[in-house]
Design a protein around this ligand. Structure first.
Ligand code: BG6
Length: 486
């Protein structure tokens, strides 16, 4: 029977409590963990194993919404252990080594190191592990999951890749983007490549524009300490939205083998037109929600954007000339992650002669969350009303497929399972991270220059600044949604 230890750096943090522990708990409940799995949390706070288990029980319930009985939790909690230490302290890694020896026994175990810590600490953690001899592979595989943000620009991402590669090979390195673990995001591959009707239309001849929206109703939720130094481009666009764009626009891979999928995503990112900082002024809008500067932890006079919308082009055979619009923001009217493919109108002259009214464009909407599913908007004749037409919606909702009591799995469940199986398809390769930064770096440079005009302000609970609608209006389009309420 295999044995695996997951070492969580940042073991007392928000991610561990909110996502990782609930995901591991659910995997165990569903009997999806292969063999014996132990968790060792590593962080600076003082805890023994017992108080650590208590912290996680409360955190997983309150932050992660995990429902358990005391008996079920007690059974699970036996696998949780803790080491208190500082990443800069060699003695802490020795202590970790002792704990691993105790937990793993004489036969040893596979080890999955999870870096749920600030990016500035990734290098320290990797080198500390190597120097303490904890990454050698004689008693099992060693892999590392690295949380986002991966660097803060292209240069720092390259530097981090180099530092990690001094300790782990690329095939041991799993850069996580939890959007790739979402059921609907994985379904994009099936929708596009498992159905005959879409591929002939999926190109510049039929598609007018593509829109990717990830709006959040929540504000910075007390995370301003991190967020104010990042902003929406580093927090959401460079990673989650770029990955969604890759899956929508990439060429078909030969197979679902990790390198086939990742090669095609890399090709797509390389084909995205690079705007200079000056050009980005015409192709992007940023804004901050009203009241952001009053959030605790926000620097006085901060110009950090909490909303951004941008226009990109993919200069390849399939997509030449088709605008891709990406937008994301916090404190917006509702939480919606949606991909819109808007198709070109057919010639409508015959209806005009018959006195018909306007036609809505055909739209395919892939709703990533919250109402996971797919919608197709088509035009139809209103009943008994001449050629008056109206748009109607053909829809599929995941929730209609769920068995009683079944829920869509959390993204972290799938990703942790894949990392333990060594399947990197849903993780990001070094070159993709660097390419994605290469696309947004000029935007950051444009907005972070002292001459940049301040961001627009938008009201909390709205759909963002007026400039965002203006960006699409310049091209004769509107932001569309079939799964949001606006
Ligand atoms: C994280 C960002 O990566 O994604 C957060 O750091 C954001 O700021 C979160 O709230 C959104 O994830 P989801 O799965 O709720 O859409």
């Amino acid at each position: 029977m295999s044995k695996t230890t997951i070492v969580i750096f940042g073991g007392t943090g928000d991610l561990a409590q909110r996502k990782l522990i609930p995901a591991l708990y659910n995997l165990r409940r569903k009997r999806r963990l292969d063999g014996e799995v132990n968790v060792v949390g590593f962080a600076r706070a003082q805890h023994g194993d017992d108080s650590y288990r208590g912290l996680l029980q409360e955190g997983a319930r309150e932050l992660g919404g995990l429902e358990t009985t005391p008996e079920e939790w007690a059974e699970f909690a036996r696998c949780l252990h803790y080491v208190c230490g500082d990443l800069g302290d060699a003695a802490a890694f020795e202590e970790l080594g002792r704990k691993l020896a105790e937990v793993e026994g004489t036969d040893g175990a596979n080890r999955l190191f999870y870096f749920a810590i600030a990016p500035s600490l990734h290098r320290l953690a990797a080198e500390g592990l190597r120097d303490a001899g904890l990454t050698t592979e004689e008693s099992g595989w060693r892999r590392v999951i690295v949380e986002k943000p991966f660097g803060k620009d292209e240069e720092s991402a390259r530097e981090l890749n180099r530092a990690l590669h001094n300790v782990f090979r690329e095939n041991q390195t799993f850069r996580i983007d939890h959007y790739l673990g979402k059921e609907t995001v994985q379904n994009l591959l099936v929708l596009r490549f498992g159905n005959a009707i879409f591929e002939p239309l999926w190109n510049r001849n039929y598609v007018d524009n593509v829109q990717v929206t990830v709006s959040e109703a929540v504000d910075v939720e007390g995370r301003a300490g991190y967020y104010d130094g990042s902003g929406v481009v580093r927090d959401m666009i460079q990673n989650h939205l770029m990955q969604l764009m890759c899956l929508v626009a990439m060429e078909p891979p030969d197979s679902l083998a990790p390198e086939s999928v990742r090669d095609r995503k890399g090709d797509l990112l390389r084909a995205v037109r690079r705007w200079t900082p000056e050009e980005f002024r015409e192709h992007a809008v940023r804004a901050q929600y009203a009241g952001y500067s009053d959030e605790p932890g926000v620097a006085p006079g901060s110009v950090t954007p909490t909303y951004a919308a941008l226009r990109l082009y993919v200069d390849n055979w399939r997509w030449q000339g088709v605008p891709f619009y990406l937008r994301s923001g916090k404190a917006m009217e509702e939480k919606v992650s949606e991909i819109i493919i808007q198709f070109k109108n057919p010639p409508l002259a015959m209806f005009e002669r018959l006195g018909g009214s306007g036609f809505a464009p055909n739209i395919l909407s892939i709703c990533v969350q919250p109402d996971e599913g797919v919608h197709l908007q088509i035009d139809s004749k209103a009943v008994d009303a001449g050629f008056i037409t109206h748009p109607v919606d053909l829809s599929f909702h995941y929730k209609d497929e769920l068995r009683l009591g079944q829920e869509l799995p959390e993204a972290y469940e799938r990703l942790l399972e894949d990392a333990m199986e060594g399947d990197a398809s849903l993780f990001i390769r070094a070159d993709q991270i660097e390419e994605a930064w290469n696309i947004v770096d000029p935007l950051l440079k444009c907005w972070e220059s002292p001459e940049a005009s301040p961001p627009e302000t938008y009201g909390q609970g709205t759909w963002g600044p007026s400039g965002s609608a203006g960006l699409l209006r310049q091209d004769g389009f509107l932001w569309q949604t079939l799964c949001g309420g606006h």
